[in-house]
Write a protein that binds this ligand. Structure first.
Ligand SMILES: NC(=O)c1ccc[n+]([C@@H]2O[C@H](COP(=O)([O-])OP(=O)(O)OC[C@H]3O[C@@H](n4cnc5c(N)ncnc54)[C@H](O)[C@@H]3O)[C@@H](O)[C@H]2O)c1
Length: 333
């Protein structure tokens, strides 16, 4: 398969690229980002082409969406906190550029072939698109457990931008322009490296910084519940999404990915149990009402029957998430 990964220099992008390189299904990989993405080291001999792009520009989108692509993984974006601070950037990167990519995919495979592309008697389906959406499409007053049938009422501009893309993907898929799969990620923890522009950045920070013997700020209350998943699980689920038959998805391309419901208190307990109690002491409370409002508006409990029926996988528990991070980053505890 020939694939394009956007946002490939990012947290999940880099991990996905490593997984694509290791998977024999993927033979030709193009990775792109506004920062030139690194090609993760791997023993496999595979052509990986790294391209610098600004997907807010039409020329870069057209350069990247070639009609021989089998799958586009759309991962680029501006995170929740930044999109809330800068409405125009959020619209341009999270919505306009995604719409532009979908339009390129439509035109390449559909319009340019006079609306029908046949091999023998079979209509060739549109390019598969796996889109990184978010639990942030939900907000405000929610039922105790959220399902794909729960009306998204986002309470952030980021969530609204993701929701708009989701609706485009449903309609483009219904019309056969693309074959879309929208994955609503839980908050993905633990993110290595520097804090991100996400309002939920602290969720990784309160584990990552103490494990590196650094202080960390907790901007929300300890009883806040969150819906989280590990990067390993999310990457497995992204790869799985490609293989789910379109007929099983039907008209609704959104899937709420599995996650774990965990309170901040339980997260810190897992940090203490896995990394040592002295690490927990490094986390200091310093309330940030904006972060509390944004992250507190996201649901923490989902029913995930649809995802499980479609073969997606879940995490073992939060202590396991912390252990995986320690293993992946080679941290000594
Ligand atoms: N990490 C999470 O917890 C989480 C949760 C829910 C949804 N998501 C979604 O998953 C996707 C990946 O998340 P992540 O944590 O890896 O984010 P990230 O911020 O690490 O990566 C996003 C990448 O997009 C790139 N980008 C931004 N503007 C661009 C532009 N104009 N052109 C090209 N590239 C551009 C950035 O340079 C960055 O490398 C995002 O769409 C995000 O909204 C992430």
């Amino acid at each position: 398969m020939k694939v394009l990964v956007t946002g490939a220099a990012g947290f999940i992008g880099q991990k996905l690229v490593s997984a694509l390189i290791a998977d024999p299904l993927y033979t030709d990989i193009t990775i792109t980002d506004i920062i030139l993405p690194k090609t993760p080291r791997s023993p496999e001999e595979k052509p990986v082409t790294a391209v610098l792009s600004n997907l807010a520009t039409q020329a870069d989108r057209e350069m990247l969406v070639t009609k021989d692509l089998d799958v586009i993984f759309i991962l680029h974006g501006i995170m929740s906190g930044m999109a809330e601070k800068n409405f125009e950037s959020g619209m341009m990167v999270n919505f306009d550029s995604t719409r532009g990519l979908l339009e390129c995919a439509r035109k390449r495979r559909w319009h340019e072939s006079r609306n029908k592309l046949f091999i023998g008697a079979q209509v060739v389906p549109g390019i598969k698109v796996v889109f990184a959406s978010s639990l942030a499409v939900f907000g405000g007053t929610l039922p105790d457990e959220v399902t794909e049938r729960t009306m998204p009422t986002p309470s952030t501009s980021y969530g609204m931008q993701k929701m708009l893309c989701e609706y485009l993907i449903n309609d483009y898929s219904r019309r056969g322009y693309i074959d879309g799969r929208t994955l609503r990620f839980p908050t993905v923890v633990v993110r290595p490296g520097a804090p991100s522009g996400a309002a939920s950045s602290f969720v990784s920070g309160i584990i990552r910084e103490p494990l590196n013997n650094l202080p960390s700020v907790l901007p929300v209350s300890r009883d806040m519940s969150l819906w989280v998943s590990s990067p390993r699980t999310v990457v497995s689920n992204i790869l799985h999404a490609v293989n789910v038959p379109a007929e099983q998805l039907g008209e609704m391309r959104q899937i709420n990915l599995p996650g774990i419901t965990v309170t901040v208190k339980e997260m810190l307990e897992a940090l203490g149990a896995v990394g040592g109690e002295e690490r927990v002491e490094l986390v200091k409370e310093q309330k940030d009402e904006t972060v509390q409002r944004i992250v507190g508006s996201w649901p923490a409990r989902f029913r995930i029957e649809r995802a499980m029926d479609l073969g997606f996988v879940g995490d073992g528990g939060f202590a396991q998430v912390v252990k995986e991070y320690i293993e992946d980053e080679g941290i000594l505890v």
